[in-house]
Write a protein of this length. Structure first.
Length: 126
């Protein structure tokens, strides 16, 4: 029973630090190469919602009921807020000092990360 308790505490701490403010020195927005990305069509509705629903806003992760580490990526407003106030970009880039996301899965493709970076760089268009 004590091993389970220690594991539970470790898991809770790991999840909590995964979404803290970016601890790396990398400015992902300024480094984003948005060449070839159409800002008019790279919106939450057209691209980002599907990415969040597929990789992030899942049961047990960052959906409305689970909200791991207090992060809910199930709606536009909540996703925008999370990206503005937490280290979401660092986590999807698997940056130093950030817990890599998606947790337990491989890194998102460069093309997918580029869409997210450019969505953020363009002001989180709905």
């Amino acid at each position: 029973m004590q091993k389970f308790h220690i594991f539970s505490v470790f898991l809770a701490v790991s999840v909590a630090v995964s979404c803290e403010k970016n601890t790396s020195d990398v400015d992902y927005l300024s480094q984003a190469d948005c060449s070839g990305v159409d800002f008019a069509t790279n919106t939450y509705t057209n691209n980002i919602k599907d990415i969040m629903d597929t990789y992030c806003a899942l049961s047990g992760c960052h959906n409305a009921s689970s909200r791991e580490a207090g992060v809910d990526l199930s709606t536009y407003a909540k996703t925008k807020s999370a990206f503005e106030t937490t280290s979401c970009l660092c986590t999807i880039h698997h940056g130093s000092g950030c817990s890599p996301m998606p947790k337990g899965g491989g890194k998102l493709s460069d093309a997918t990360i580029k869409l997210i970076d450019c969505w953020a760089k363009n002001g989180y268009q709905e």
